[in-house]
Design a protein around this ligand. Structure first.
Ligand code: NDP
Length: 312
């Protein structure tokens, strides 16, 4: 071990450094440590990632009734730490090839790196969205639902997130309108069926929101055809953008900015792996991200066992 990172008890040299704090990163940390590798997970400020703010994550094996993100993520964090992974609340800022391995953030060396930096909710990009953020425009239904008791909210989008969050909002609110630009929802059948049956949720199809308005707080949205709908809040769930910026200069990204990998989850650069939402073609489900983290940790371990040679 060489110099200290400045954080008491943490070293500067690791077999595996994992960038990210979501379920892919934490599961990668768990498996990498279980495989016997010194492992550092750079979690960012709040381990848990996108799942942390989800009121009820569904489709996670062994949780038939779903599980709140704020319960699942701390368990995954504790499990990774108990296995021996070290967690540091730093972001990935820089990554350079160095001596057959990697130099992370200028001062940490790693023989293999797993990118599991996840994604962020996309913006809609219409007037009023930025100005009224925090004043009725939100990306967090579970945070704001209790403040909107008996109010009316719009949810923009049509995928799993829009439906899942509309269902979260519908409990305390008096009405939730899903505003979808398509003729049908893209979400899983289970969500579509529950949305269709919910007495407080209405879906408006084929509508394009062009403006969110209100003086000091949201009072409504304006559609492309000029129609205005009065709303107390607007939740934007129009997909995810990958957090691939830290490696944008290092790797070729796909058209949407995701990191391509081979079937073993290795990127075009030996010893650099990707897992979870940031990876091209990943299943954007909690279970899929956990599987990616485990798979990338095993691939990184094989890479180390091969002395850094490409996977056979
Ligand atoms: P998705 O990319 O799956 O869906 C985005 C939705 O927003 C689509 O209906 C899309 O319409 C619409 N949209 C995109 N851009 C705009 C725009 N500019 N204006 C209006 N509508 C727009 O994103 P989600 O956030 O729903 O989900 C992200 C990922 O997380 C998915 O893979 C999803 O499966 C997963 N997820 C899984 C859950 C679970 O398994 N329990 C729960 C929640 C999310 P169009 O199709 O026309 O582009």
């Amino acid at each position: 071990m060489s110099d200290k990172t400045g954080v008491r008890g943490l070293a500067d040299d690791y077999d595996v450094v994992i960038a990210g704090g979501g379920i892919a990163a934490l599961t990668g940390g768990l498996f990498s440590a279980r495989l016997g590798h010194s492992t550092l997970v750079l979690t960012g400020a709040a381990p848990g990632g996108l799942l942390l703010s989800i009121e009820q994550i569904e489709g996670v094996p062994a949780f038939p009734d779903g599980v709140p993100g704020y319960e699942l993520c701390p368990i995954a964090q504790e499990q990774a730490e108990a296995a021996g992974a070290e967690l540091l609340p730093d972001e990935l800022e820089s990554l350079e090839a160095s001596d057959g391995g990697w130099r992370v953030n200028g001062h940490i060396s790693a023989r293999a790196v797993i990118l599991a930096t996840g994604g962020r909710l996309r913006e809609l990009g219409v007037p009023g969205e930025e100005r009224l953020r925090g004043s009725g425009v939100s990306h967090c239904a579970s945070c704001d639902a209790p403040l909107l008791r008996e109010k009316v909210a719009g949810v923009i989008g049509g995928g799993d997130s829009a439906c899942q969050e509309a269902l979260t909002l519908a409990g305390p609110l008096s009405q939730v309108l899903i505003l979808s630009r398509d003729d049908e929802l893209r979400a899983q059948e289970t969500y579509r069926a529950r949305v269709a049956e919910h007495p407080k949720i209405e879906v408006r199809h084929g509508v394009v929101v062009e403006e969110i308005f209100g003086d000091s707080k949201v009072t409504g949205v304006r559609m492309a055809d000029g129609e205005e709908i009065a709303l107390d809040a607007v939740f934007v769930y129009v997909g995810l953008a990958p957090n691939s910026e830290p490696v944008a200069e290092l790797l070729s990204l796909d058209a949407d900015g995701h990191v391509p990998t081979d079937p073993s989850l290795q990127t075009e650069l030996p010893g650099l792996f990707a897992a979870g939402i940031v990876r091209s073609g990943a299943a954007h489900q909690a279970a899929g991200s956990a599987g990616d983290g485990a798979g990338a940790a095993k691939a990184a371990s094989r890479h180390l066992a091969n002395g850094g040679a490409p996977d056979a």
